[in-house]
Design a protein around this ligand. Structure first.
Ligand code: MG
Length: 469
């Protein structure tokens, strides 16, 4: 199973009367709990995201307008939680391999926690993954693999998946959560007030003062076209003064590290090769771990793809013989012949690796097809889903973290795109800083389910704030 499909089922049907209004509508920061739960599941990459509503559904459901969730109504909510499980499970397509059940009233669940459950499930033979704190207390949200769906759907009364924990101890594994507060649910107005106060007080040390290392995007952050952006030199001076290790990471696969170093030098910044990681280098690194040395690879893409594969000792295939892998990066010289060769290689069993998922590229003429569009064509022709290396998938960031031997929770992600830079950071539990000097405009922020920790106009503003932490 290369890319398992994990769904989220948000349980928001209950009719608690203790709050004066339905729990899903309680506000946490700037959103109702139901919207927060959907945003968290979506940011974790879970799909589909299903919200099961019941009590006062006509007030709760509209809060999800415009969000990427399927809203289902459990008319039998008064019978207890099991009816909601059944409603959610019945809506899952056959392609779903596992599902995570999220109670709507645990506001401190993070995308990183949900990713952790999925990773734990993939790394073990267990069919149930349960979060657990350092004291051994088990909680929710729990992950269940498909083989348990029938039994979950058959539960009755006010019980949830916990009913199966004791029944199947040897099919269950636990996942240790970093912050035990993530498992706390809001049962009374007093508990809710306490949790809000705690979130304010433990208020996260500023993401800037927490940073011990930096992952920084380039285009739209350091420069736009050939123009350096404000704060460029102050930024590198700050990294040097604070002795912060950093890697400049980009989904762009077309250039070589030497080309990036030359570009930086032309803007008056001196870096070394270890400071640059792009998606083609990361793809070659990924394959170096997956294939034998000297394996053959059919590449589509620019100089950067060829250079990275050759530097790793792969044989560049012309496509006439069976090959071990196909690597696809953005290729302005793409032809039908290249697509045909890649299709035949993948159909012949070659691994299929995409440097980055960006579907479009912002050209002077407007949005034109990017690498994601090339990948979509090959996926359609082969029925095989590519392994994607670039942001928001985890491989690129993980390799950069490994290079610095840095912990994700102490590594600041700086980027200008919510759906790649920031989302990738959220999924790994990294603090994130969005800069408005590139693609994202401030007006987009309130609508987006992706929430960066801090937002600045540009690097200059970021560095100014950083110096004062
Ligand atoms: Mg960018």
């Amino acid at each position: 199973m290369s890319q398992p499909v994990v769904a989220a089922i948000i349980l928001a049907a209950g009719g608690s009367s203790r709050f004066g209004e339905p729990k899903p509508l309680l506000r946490w920061e700037d959103r109702p709990l139901i919207a927060r739960a959907v945003d968290t599941a979506w940011a974790a990459g879970l799909a589909p995201v299903i919200a099961v509503v019941g009590a006062e559904a006509e007030r709760v459901a509209p809060e999800l307008a415009g969000r990427p969730a399927q809203v289902l109504r459990n008319y039998r909510w008064a019978e207890g939680m099991s009816a909601s499980l059944a409603v959610g499970l019945a809506a899952l397509p056959a392609s779903v391999d596992a599902a995570i059940f999220l109670p709507v009233d645990q506001p401190l669940i993070t995308p990183a926690l949900l990713r952790g459950l999925v990773a734990r499930w993939q790394a073990t033979a267990a069919s149930i993954v349960v979060p657990e704190d350092a004291a051994g207390r088990r909680g929710t949200p729990a992950l269940f693999a498909r083989d348990f769906f029938p039994e979950l759907a058959a539960l009755s009364g006010d019980v949830g998946g916990r009913a199966l924990f004791a029944r199947y101890p040897d099919r269950l594994t636990t996942y240790r959560v970093a912050d035990p507060a993530a498992l706390i649910d809001v049962d009374t107005p007093e508990a809710f007030a306490r949790l809000q106060a705690r979130a304010r007080d433990s208020a996260p040390q500023s993401p800037l003062s927490r940073a011990r290392a930096v992952l920084c995007d380039m285009d739209g952050v350091l420069w736009r076209g050939s123009q350096p952006l404000p704060g460029l030199h102050a930024f590198f001076a700050h990294l040097e003064a604070e002795a912060l290790p950093y890697v400049l990471v980009t989904n762009n696969s077309s250039r070589t590290p030497a080309q990036y170093l030359a570009k930086l030098a032309s803007l008056g910044v001196t870096c070394e090769a270890r400071h640059v990681l792009n998606a083609s280098l990361a793809a070659a690194e990924y394959l170096a771990n997956a294939l034998e040395p000297g394996a053959s690879v059919y590449p589509i893409g620019g100089d950067g793809v060829y250079w990275a594969l050759e530097a790793r000792g792969f044989r560049i295939a012309s496509g006439e013989t069976p090959v071990d892998a196909v690597v696809v990066g953005w290729d302005r010289g793409l032809t039908w012949e290249k697509l045909a060769t890649a299709t035949l290689c993948i159909r012949g069993g070659a691994r299929f690796v995409a440097t980055n998922p960006d579907r479009t590229f912002p050209s002077e003429r407007g949005l034109v097809p990017g690498n994601g569009s090339q990948i979509a064509a090959l996926e359609a022709a082969t029925g095989v889903e590519a392994v994607t290396v670039g942001k928001p998938e985890a491989l690129l960031y993980r390799q950069a973290l490994a290079r610095m031997q840095a912990a994700p929770e102490h590594t600041l992600v700086i980027g200008d795109r919510l759906d790649t830079d920031i989302l990738g950071g959220l999924r790994l539990g990294m603090p994130t800083a969005l800069l408005l000097s590139g693609v994202t405009r401030r007006e987009e922020l309130p609508q987006s389910p992706i929430r960066p920790d801090v937002v600045f106009e540009d690097l200059a503003a970021l560095v100014a704030a950083w110096r004062h932490t």
